[in-house]
Design a protein around this ligand. Structure first.
Ligand SMILES: [Zn+2]
Length: 149
């Protein structure tokens, strides 16, 4: 019997991060489904379970890895965006974030410096940017470091 199970599972894809994520969603849906009588949700939950099982038992490993990679990329993007927002919030009193009008890179401007009109140069494309500083802040342009992949 164990041998038969082993033979069945051999060469199958198994578990990855996407599997865990989908299982987590599945679990949430099951709980919601338990409390809410909404027929389409029951179907969606069931289809999700089928996909989870199908993926883990799939023999097309490269395709499943690609799906997993796609999921990880999206997840990282969301995570990075979240960190950016958090960072901007933490530095809201000492730094200014501004997008370069030419190269669209986000520039972090260090504070504090003189109030009024300031001229800064984008370190990336050397474009001169004029900016109005209302609070006392030092305007020094620093390009954001490239995000880790
Ligand atoms: Zn620029």
């Amino acid at each position: 019997m164990i041998n038969r199970i082993y033979r069945f599972l051999k060469g199958r894809y198994g578990i990855d991060e996407l599997y865990r994520f989908m299982f987590y969603i599945y679990f949430i849906l099951v709980v919601i489904d338990f409390f809410i009588d909404f027929y389409p949700l029951t179907i969606i939950t069931f289809i999700l379970l089928i996909i989870i099982i199908y993926r883990s038992l799939s023999k097309n490993i490269s395709k499943r890895q690609k799906e997993n990679q796609l999921y990880l990329n999206i997840k990282n993007k969301i995570k990075n965006n979240f960190y950016d927002v958090k960072k901007k919030y933490n530095y809201r009193k000492t730094k200014i974030y501004k997008k370069c009008p030419k190269c669209k890179k986000t520039l972090r401007l260090d504070l504090p410096s003189k109030r009024g009109i300031n001229h800064v140069t984008c370190p990336n494309c050397k474009k001169k940017i004029t900016m109005l500083v209302l609070r006392k802040q030092k305007v020094e342009v620093i390009t954001n470091k490239k995000k880790k992949k």
